[in-house]
Design a binder for this molecule. Structure first.
Ligand SMILES: Cc1cc2nc3c(=O)[nH]c(=O)nc-3n(C[C@H](O)[C@H](O)[C@H](O)COP(=O)(O)OP(=O)(O)OC[C@H]3O[C@@H](n4cnc5c(N)ncnc54)[C@H](O)[C@@H]3O)c2cc1C
Length: 478
């Protein structure tokens, strides 16, 4: 008998998961997306970085700092609003998860399957026939000067930043085509997934008969389902579980939500990569020209004992936002291995509250301080290329908290593991109930030391094969 599976969320993971489930052939797949479908071909804003109109955002803020927290609310999710940096984590990121079946050797085939690497598709660690194109963009003068500075500091030159285990300076890998046009899951998979899509349809909560999930309540009514897969991302997947009665019992009682299953870690363990930008100017406004986004990336371990990896790179807005000053450049700084943990909770009014807790741990604060030292050293050495403003905030470190932002890499809020406290088991089944899986960034036990889109796609692709659809399949209970 055919089964109905509802996939909630059409982002990096959701589109790969829904596509894989539909390909299994024995299943009717319904793909719910809270945001709109801008269509094919995508509109101009969707083809470029930094240009997302506000109506395609969820409008979250970090509850602690009050700063905006960008999350795409549109087909493609955050991949339709992000910077198209297509970097994998290091092998040890996945090995350190310590979850059987999710070590690097297990997940590497899925990273290969999702991509076509334009330059290095013939190398054994790459794919040459997947739906996401990966390419490296050419250097402009600022990139070249920055790469030379990094080499002078002793950093290795890296041809392919996605070669397992490499560290050093080299071209950013990007999921772009035609020089600098974003090509993510919307572009790659929406054309064939459109018949399954219900756009502008927000899942409000899951419906249960005892401990079995039987469907989804949406703003447009109830959808019955044999199985539901949450791919709503690291903020909305835990929020949906909480609204559905799966979460810390005391919190749910306080919010007046009937308990389905006491799961203390739902919404806990939030990780992100703290990020800031140093706003400088190109000494020669013509120098950066129409340089593509993120031409050069330096990644290295700033606290080697703990493999605390960081990103340092110049970035330029002008090619993507035609109205911007072409001389405007920033230096991006990302802490790619943070210890601090935040959370996703329900506020008293039932809305979703995100606490990032960036640099909450002293080790993270120390690493970021060292990173600012290195960024300052770069600016000092590149003075004939990049000009600092007179009132550069980063010369007074006490001002960092006003400039600390999210790199956009939220993960961990529905942690996968084999222990009883884990929210999902290694087959992605939500523990303590049946009929619900999660396949998105929220299941990562720890963030990879890289931008998180490719890892999220990997989870979606992998999840499609793991979701149990046979009548006798019973998900693990606690
Ligand atoms: C500003 C920004 C820049 C970034 N830049 C990069 C980058 O350059 N490179 C990189 O690798 N990573 C980047 N990331 C991170 C990357 O995009 C995410 O890690 C990845 O998209 C997460 O995938 P996901 O499927 O878990 O969630 P998403 O891609 O966020 O998808 C979740 C989807 O679910 C939908 N949804 C949520 N709740 C509901 C609901 N209740 N009902 C129906 N639908 C719902 C959302 O609207 C969304 O479409 C960036 C993120 C941001 C925010």
């Amino acid at each position: 008998m055919r089964k109905t599976v509802v996939v909630i969320g059409s982002g990096a993971a959701g589109l790969f998961c829904a596509d894989g489930l539909a390909a299994r052939g024995d299943t009717d797949v319904i793909l719910l997306e809270a945001g709109p479908d801008p269509g094919t071909p995508p509109p101009a804003w969707m083809r470029t970085d930094l240009a997302t109109p506000g109506e395609f955002e969820w409008g979250y803020v970090d509850a602690d700092s009050g700063r905006p927290l960008l999350r795409g609310r549109v087909t493609g999710g955050c991949t339709s609003t992000n910077s198209a940096a297509a970097l994998r984590g290091q092998p040890w990121c996945f090995d350190d998860w310590g979850v059987e079946g999710w070590r690097w050797d297990d997940v590497a085939p899925f990273f290969r399957a999702l991509e076509t690497d334009v330059q290095y598709g013939d190398r054994p660690w790459h794919g040459d026939s997947g739906p996401i194109p990966i390419t490296r963009l050419s250097f402009g003068p600022v990139d070249t000067a920055f790469a030379q500075w990094a080499a002078d500091r002793g950093h290795a030159w890296v041809d392919d930043q996605n070669e397992p285990g490499v560290l050093g300076v080299g071209h950013w890998p990007t999921n772009t085509v035609d020089g600098n046009v974003r090509y993510g899951v919307h572009e790659a998979l929406m054309p064939r997934m459109r018949p399954h899509l219900r756009a502008d349809t927000t899942a409000e909560r899951l419906l249960f008969d005892g401990d079995r999930c039987v469907g989804v309540l949406t703003g447009a009514g109830t959808i019955r389902a044999d199985h539901v897969v949450l791919c709503a991302g690291a903020v909305e997947s835990p929020a949906l579980l909480l609204r559905s009665g799966i979460g810390p019992a005391a919190d749910l009682a306080a919010a007046g939500i009937p308990l389905v299953h006491d799961a203390p870690e739902v919404g806990a363990n939030l990780q992100d990569h703290p990020w800031t930008v140093l706003q400088v100017r190109a000494a020669d406004p013509a120098a950066p020209g129409r340089r593509p986004v993120n031409g050069v990336l330096l990644r290295y371990e700033i606290l080697a004992d703990d493999r605390v990896e960081v990103h340092l790179y110049p970035h330029q807005a002008q090619p993507y936002l035609p109205g911007e000053d072409p001389a405007e450049v920033f230096l991006g700084l990302g802490l790619m291995r943070a210890i601090s943990r935040g959370s996703v909770r329900l506020a008293a009014d039932g809305s979703t509250e995100v606490h990032l807790n960036h640099l909450g741990d002293p080790q993270d604060a120390k690493a970021f301080d060292l990173l600012l030292d290195d960024a300052q050293a770069a600016l000092d050495a590149l003075g004939d290329v990049l000009v600092e403003p007179e009132d550069a905030w980063w010369r007074d470190r006490s001002r960092l908290s006003d400039h600390l932002e999210s790199y956009g890499h939220l993960v961990g809020t529905c942690r996968m593991g084999t222990d009883a406290a884990a929210v999902v088991d290694p087959a992605l089944a939500v523990r303590g109930v049946t009929g619900v899986s999660i396949a998105d960034a929220s299941i990562m036990p720890a963030s990879p030391r890289a931008n998180t889109m490719l890892a999220s796609m990997m989870i979606g692709l992998r999840g499609a094969a793991l979701v149990p659809l046979q009548p006798e399949d019973r998900h693990a209970t606690s």
